[in-house]
Design a protein around this ligand. Structure first.
Ligand code: SF4
Length: 155
C-alpha cells in the first residue's frame, strides 16, 4: 500500500510571523514607525526571522520601511485594506496540500479525483479568509492587546 504525504491545512511559520507583524503594525498609530528590532521584541520573535518576513511583506507592498533617524516599519494603505485571504495566499505560495509530483511521483495522479477535491478544499480555506481585512484584525479589543505588548524584558 502506498503511503501519501499530506501537508495538513496548516500555515507555515513564515506566514504566521508575517500575519503577526502586519497585525502589530496596523494596530499602532499611523505616524508610529517601530524598528524591526522593536517589532521582533514585542512579538517574541527572533530578529533574523522578523527581518526575512519584513522583506517579503515589503515586496508584497504591505509594509514600508524608512531608514535613518525616526525611521522604521509602517503599514501601507494596501496593507490596511488587503484581505486576510490574499495576504495568506501570497505568503504561503502556491504549494498544493499534497505533493503528487515530488521525488517519487504518485502513480495514481493521472486519474486521481482526490487531488482536485483537496485543491478545492484549499481554495475554500483561503476564500474563508477573504471577507476580513488586515485592519479588521486590529479592531477594538484586539488592537488594544497588540499595543499593550511589552518586550520580554520590559523594554
Ligand atoms: S495523485 Fe491523488 S492519491 Fe496520488 S498523491 Fe496526489 S492526491 Fe494523493
Amino acid at each position: 500500500m502506498m503511503i501519501i504525504s499530506v501537508r495538513a491545512v496548516q500555515l507555515t511559520r513564515f506566514t504566521d510571523l508575517g500575519l503577526r507583524v502586519v497585525m502589530y503594525l496596523v494596530a499602532g498609530p499611523p505616524e508610529s514607525m517601530p524598528s524591526t528590532r522593536t517589532v521582533a521584541d514585542r512579538l517574541g520573535l527572533s530578529y533574523a526571522h522578523t527581518t526575512k518576513v519584513v522583506a517579503r511583506l515589503g515586496e508584497l507592498g504591505v509594509v514600508t520601511t524608512r531608514r535613518g533617524r525616526g525611521g522604521g516599519l509602517g503599514i501601507t494603505e494596501l496593507g490596511r485594506t488587503a484581505s486576510l485571504g490574499w495576504l495568506t495566499r501570497a505568503l504561503e505560495g502556491d504549494e498544493e496540500v499534497v505533493d503528487c509530483e515530488g521525488a517519487q511521483p504518485c502513480p495514481m495522479r493521472r486519474g486521481c479525483r482526490l487531488r482536485s477535491k483537496l485543491r478545492a478544499a484549499q481554495d475554500a480555506f483561503y476564500t474563508a479568509l477573504d471577507d476580513i481585512t488586515i485592519a479588521d484584525l486590529a479592531d477594538s479589543g484586539a488592537g488594544t492587546v497588540l499595543l499593550d505588548l511589552e518586550a520580554p524584558d520590559g523594554r
